[in-house]
Design a protein around this ligand. Structure first.
Ligand SMILES: NC(=O)c1ccc[n+]([C@@H]2O[C@H](COP(=O)([O-])OP(=O)(O)OC[C@H]3O[C@@H](n4cnc5c(N)ncnc54)[C@H](O)[C@@H]3O)[C@@H](O)[C@H]2O)c1
Length: 254
């Protein structure tokens, strides 16, 4: 069991799915947790589920709004500054490249890539001042391979991977590590939005584990990367994928 007592953990997209599972993990293990999300309704519901686990404070903020993020992180600075940042906020819309709506393309880039950059930059400055910190970006296997119809989303996750490596490169001598987790489909509201039952059957057939990940399984990888045990792991994209990225053709036993 990890012990994050005395640490401040900030989780964007913390009111749902993987972000909420990460928030639950840090709250249970003693951290002071801030969950940032653009949805007031989702934040209220998440606090209702999380508050019995530990110290969880909601902040309503859109990760594309730099001024609002500066103000939100300034409050966290007053409380001691960010020790752990998890960037889980993202959106997805499927579509083949030749059909992709340019406005939707820009919106997805703004939230998933530029929003992640804003949070890493602001929190990274707080960590640099403290001389320590952990950044864990939530990427996807879609950042490394092309899956039909993932368009802008895949491109943002490839960008998040490179942003993570740049942070590792530039902050490694400041007591800060930056790593990404890259899941296959995870059972969250996001995946329900984009995967039909037919898509699900195809995906499950291609994953050695033959099932989607659970949010808690991604959260446990995030906790490891945030822990003292991971102090010398920097700049990695950790696939949390049931063996998907290691696999080629799968021939199941009859
Ligand atoms: N679910 C999957 O299959 C899967 C697979 C691989 C990677 N991921 C990644 O995991 C992360 C979390 O995904 P999830 O499945 O938990 O999704 P989710 O939709 O369940 O949760 C995302 C949360 O982010 C919030 N959010 C979205 N845009 C925001 C914005 N502009 N500002 C602030 N908050 C915002 C949403 O309100 C929501 O609470 C994402 O980065 C996603 O790309 C998910």
């Amino acid at each position: 069991m990890y012990d994050f007592t005395g640490k401040i953990a900030v989780i964007t997209g913390g009111a749902g799915g993987i972000g909420e599972a990460a928030a639950a993990g840090f709250a249970r293990t003693g951290a002071k947790v801030y969950i940032m999300d653009w949805s007031r309704e989702a934040l209220d519901a998440a606090v209702g589920r999380l508050s019995s686990l530990g110290d969880v404070t909601p902040i309503q903020v859109d990760v594309t709004d730099r001024a609002a993020l500066d103000a939100a992180f300034a409050k966290i600075a007053e409380a001691g500054g960010t020790d752990i940042l998890v960037t889980s906020a993202a959106i997805v819309k499927t579509g083949r490249i030749l059909d992709f709506d340019p406005e939707t393309w820009t919106k997805i880039l703004d939230v998933n890539l530029t929003g992640t950059f804003h949070c890493c930059q602001i929190a990274g400055r707080q960590m640099k001042a403290k001389g320590k910190g952990r950044i864990i970006t939530v990427s996807s296997v879609n950042g490394q391979i092309a899956n039909t119809g993932r368009g802008a989303y895949s491109c943002t996750k490839g960008g998040v991977d490179m942003l993570t490596r740049l942070l590792a490169n530039e902050l490694g001598d400041k007591g800060i590590t930056a790593n990404a987790v890259a899941p296959v489909p995870v059972d969250t509201p996001m995946v329900l939005q984009v995967h039909s039952p037919k898509d699900r059957a195809i995906w499950e057939d291609q994953i050695p584990a033959k099932r989607y990940a659970k949010p808690e399984e991604v959260a446990s990888a995030i906790q490891f990367l945030a822990s003292d045990e991971a102090a010398y792991i920097n700049g990695h994209i950790l696939n949390v994928d049931g063996g998907f990225m290691a696999s080629g053709v799968i021939l199941r036993e009859e």
